[in-house]
Design a protein around this ligand. Sequence first.
Ligand code: PLP
Length: 405
Amino acid sequence: MIDIINIRKYFPILNATVYGNPLIYLDNAATTQKPECVIQTIDELYRTGNANIHRGVHFLSEQCTEKYEQAREKIRQFINAEKTSEIIFTSGTTGSINTVASSFGERFVSAGDEIIVSEMEHHSNIVPWQLLCERKGATVKIIPFDDKGVLRIDLLDALISERTKIIAVTHASNVLGTINPVKEIIAKAHLHNIPVLVDGAQAVPHGIVDVSDLDCDFYTFSGHKIYAPTGIGILYGKEKLLEQMPPYQGGGDMISTVTFDKTTYAQLPLKFEAGTLNFIDAIALGAAIDYVNNIGRQNIIEYENKLLDYATQKMSSVEGLKIYGEANDKVAIVSFLLKDIHHLDTGMILDKKGIAVRTGTLCTEPLLAHFDKTGMVRASFAFYNTFDEIDILCENLEKILLMFK
Ligand code: PLP
């Protein structure tokens, strides 16, 4: 059960007012708000515990290192990875995908090779592959989706060739909300020995990830979308692949020994953690994971599914409102347009009522092109949102319709 009153008290920003109205924060797919335990972890570390990790023999350095490595272990358990050596701290999903595109690409991709992504990817899971293809003379191939926002995995077999080097696909779409059948995609890919990277930025916050069960080769997500600070994220990679890949960046911490003749690299995961990592926020990510575990992932899934069903049904009854993304299996994201009213107008009027939604391309221009649109409005929910907030959203959408009549 979700104890909504106490949960909301635990997120200080949810008490804020915007233009004199109580804040209704429905932009959780962009970034989530932070619970007290995350704010306190950062505050306490900077007040009493800050020292650079992995370097010092002094007390604070050792203590910080221990907490950092404990956070890594929490994340390993959270996504059910086999080993902590497979959990790499990065700056976020974008950082993780760029690491793989660059390092895996350097080792395994050559001219004439192919990389498959889907039509519903965030730009973060398109552009790093395009950059790689430009460098190497490879090409990107696309798995399309249908008008309900369901991926056409029936077309995947025809897209795979002996030149396919990797498939990179989102677990859940940040616009359509669609939860993709990534386990099935991975099984198909593995029949051809093709590794799969799963972009979990929108799946992890909704409690649905087990990398061992999926058998994915890489899995990526961002801390700030799961109640942790910005600037920290995770790259999970299978050890046997990470070991064959060159370091992404050079610097401190990622080396074993350095001479001007030859440098050798550190063991995993440090081989991919060059320089001073964002260790304070990594520890705070551990605190966020503890918090989510305490709430209970099954409770989160059940509550958010109820919010999604309620929002879908209520919003569908607003005259002229069209929802984009009607898959059966969705996370709590509802993207829409109100008749021919510009998405920015809708977003700006809602803002004046204290309702924060996202508008614009949502970092998915190819997805929008599918629907021949240049922008949408997106309401995205977290377990601290309420049914009343959905009612207020819908009341204001009705008012906007009247204003534009
Ligand atoms: N992938 C998806 C599906 C996303 O929704 C986002 C962010 O919205 C990203 C990748 C990029 O995440 P970040 O900006 O935290 O690196």
